[in-house]
Design a protein around this ligand. Sequence first.
Ligand SMILES: Cc1cc2c(cc1C)N(C[C@H](O)[C@H](O)[C@H](O)COP(=O)(O)O)c1[nH]c(=O)[nH]c(=O)c1N2
Length: 233
Amino acid sequence: MNNHNDPFTEAQREGLYRAIFERRDVRSQFLSDGIPNDVLARILKAAHHAPSVGFMQPWDFIVIDSPVVREQVLASFNEENNRASENYTGERRKAYRNLKLQGILESPINLCITCDRSRGGPHVLGRNSVMEMDLFSTCLAVQNLWLAARAEGIGVGWVSILDQTQLSEILQLPDDVYPLAYLCLGYVSEFLEHPELQTKGWRSRLPLAELVHGNRWGLPLEHQALNRYFKED
Ligand SMILES: Cc1cc2c(cc1C)N(C[C@H](O)[C@H](O)[C@H](O)COP(=O)(O)O)c1[nH]c(=O)[nH]c(=O)c1N2
């Protein structure tokens, strides 16, 4: 009989941590090979098994392979990306313009994960004071998909430099449906060892020790119970 209290075996734990640590945001390494339907079905199922507020399951999955639609999304990206570059000046702007921040046409599949803000009626258990809980839930579906895709050898890139109103029009979404994540999916030539933004010198991973001790804000000592348990190697 299965004992459902069993922790994972060492190999299973390693597999899970491998997916977490070796997941990357992919935009430059896509191959054009198609994703078989059964593989796509598995990663969508992983997304669908994410936790959600009041078990709302507010997500829908829109698979986009139409080149026409993708060209429209790319045009929207280009417009927004030009505007985004104006946030920087001098060398930083040059560095920003040299970053590749989308793989809309190179990836074989684009996928929009949406959040239906009205699913389950006006009151959803747990979405009482913070109405954005449905959006947060949908983010968890994105992360499940991202990890499952990594385990399948499929790269995912999130493209958020888009005008969400324009994106809704391109995808012809109903009023209550928010296009939460526009993702590019495909097999890859390689998964980079580190985030591309780090490799390109844009920004590095923060040391975990700075984050768990509340040191950044001078959190009162009595709040720092984690200090007793947490030691970084
Ligand atoms: C909500 C959100 C939105 C975006 C991203 C991520 C997330 C979570 N990221 C990817 C982001 O740059 C990346 O996750 C970090 O740089 C860390 O790298 P890894 O994901 O660990 O490879 C991302 N990347 C990109 O090239 N274009 C984009 O528009 C976005 N947008």
